[in-house]
Design a binder for this molecule. Structure first.
Ligand SMILES: Cc1ncc(COP(=O)(O)O)c(C=O)c1O
Length: 453
């Protein structure tokens, strides 16, 4: 996508927020950032424009910021979220879990327990790899055979996003490439871009990344990393089929590649058994597995993990020392205690049931209110639905009209490294209550019909 297009879309979003403030509503008082801050952003954009015209930008890029910062842009999702946090907006935009389901009481009692059991160590510095007892539990969750995977194969990270950052620091630089699904997770693309990697999207469909396309790409280039989300991926909700898992394992081993499997949604499966990970199928030499407690406990905990060979975990620990020394000790103790209490698994079941109901509510509302020219999928887990508008439509134009009606989503194009997907939409179904889901889908349906779609 050309840079100026991105810029103008962001600017429109900022202006949209600014209009609210100018209208003198009292909304600003209730929000964290969106309205007042947005005005400042608009002004900054203006200043930035003037600055650029007079060559200031070149000066800044040459002498102030690193070269690699030059190509970065703020995530459009973060910008949309600034607007959608105002009261009255029904948002299907963020990848947010349901806050009313956070296990507040269980975490509060876990806090009492850990202070009683471990006293000052809960607030002390700790080892970079993470609490050993937590790593032991995670390694058993990944592979019950302790002779294959143990705590030395696991590192605790400050969210999976940090895992992506650490991997980028370890494996990426200018001239190296990453193969991703098309579309892929925006946060991962941002992390890879920061280290100036070339991102090569591999064709993907309703069964995940296409092995044949991967084989073709490998004839042209050897990537430093292959990055995929095998279960209910962000943004499409698609899962990699069992057949393709086996094919991918073969390809990766045949070419001796390193594949990163990012799996924050796999435990939010609505029915049946979770498919085996590529990591367990293929082993630690060629596979890295990542997951997070952000979606199954709470994202504010910032506790996630990454598993791989002992060699890679050791190197990541050194990189992490230079990044943040360690993941927050208290958060790790809380997660560890919550796992030990056994309540985590009941909570996970509650999330699965509730999110399934919300997915069903969104699907039936779409049946009722969306025009017949649209199509969508039915993911068996996770948090997202993927909607396709007719080819000629631009989802960003629809979003701007929807924001005027206080309903939001993320235009799918944001997730495509190759800039395609203009006519696609990501809808989050986990964060809104069913009555809001129906109302929000109805509003989007009205906009679509008024736009003759
Ligand atoms: C695929 C994927 N990976 C990683 C993350 C980052 O999660 P966290 O840093 O909260 O663990 C997200 C968040 O939405 C995600 O969707």
């Amino acid at each position: 996508m050309p840079k100026h297009t991105i810029m103008s879309f962001h600017t429109i979003l900022y202006c949209s927020a600014r209009r609210d403030t100018a209208a003198g509503s009292s909304r600003e008082e209730h929000t964290d950032a969106p309205t007042g801050a947005a005005v400042k952003y608009v002004d900054c954009f203006y200043a930035y424009g003037v600055f650029s015209i007079y060559g200031g930008r070149k000066y800044a890029e040459d002498f102030m910021y690193t070269e690699r910062i030059g190509g970065l842009k703020s995530s459009a999702i973060r910008e949309i979220l600034k607007i959608t946090s105002r009261p009255g907006v029904i948002s299907f935009a963020g990848g947010l879990p349901a806050p009313e389901l956070f296990p507040l009481e269980d975490i509060a009692s876990a806090a009492q327990e850990v202070f009683a059991k471990y006293s000052a160590s809960v607030l002390q510095y700790s080892v970079t790899e993470g609490l050993r007892t937590l790593r032991e539990k995670i390694s058993l969750m990944l592979e019950p055979d302790a002779s294959l995977i143990g705590p030395s194969h696991v590192i605790i990270t400050q969210g999976s996003q940090q895992g992506l950052d650490l991997l980028s620091k370890l494996f990426l630089e200018k001239g190296r490439s990453v193969f991703t699904e098309n579309p892929s997770y925006l946060g991962a693309l941002q992390a890879f871009q920061l280290f100036q990697a070339d991102i090569l999207p591999i064709a993907s469909d309703r069964d995940g990344i296409q092995p044949e396309s991967l084989r073709r790409a490998l004839k042209v280039r050897r990537p430093a990393l292959v990055y995929i989300m095998p279960n209910f991926q962000n943004p499409t909700g698609v899962s990699l089929s069992m057949e393709r898992r086996l094919q991918l394992v073969d390809i990766v081993k045949e070419h001796d590649l390193l594949l990163v499997e990012d799996d924050p949604y796999g435990d939010l499966i609505f029915s049946g058994e979770k498919m085996p990970s590529l990591f367990t199928l293929g082993g630690t030499r060629n596979f890295i597995y990542m997951s997070s407690f952000s979606k199954t406990i709470a994202p504010g905990m910032r506790v996630a993990y990454l598993a791989g060979s002992e060699e890679i975990i050791g190197k990541l620990a050194v990189v992490k020392q230079g990044t943040d020394l360690q993941t927050n000790t208290l958060g790790q103790y809380l997660v560890n205690e919550y796992l030990e209490s056994g309540r985590y698994y009941g909570h996970r079941n509650l999330l699965r049931e509730t999110y399934k109901q919300r997915r069903d509510c969104m699907l039936s509302s779409m049946e009722s209110y969306f025009p017949g020219s649209l199509s969508w999928n039915c993911p068996e887990g996770g948090m997202f639905l993927w909607v396709r508008l007719p080819e000629h439509c631009d989802a960003r134009e629809i979003l701007l009209k929807c924001l005027e009606r206080n309903v939001a989503f993320v235009p799918g194009q944001e997730f495509f490294p190759d800039g395609s997907g203009k006519n696609t939409i990501r809808l989050n179904f986990s964060n809104a209550l069913p009555d809001k889901i129906e109302e929000g889908i109805k509003r989007i349906g009205e906009v679509l019909k008024e736009s003759n779609i």
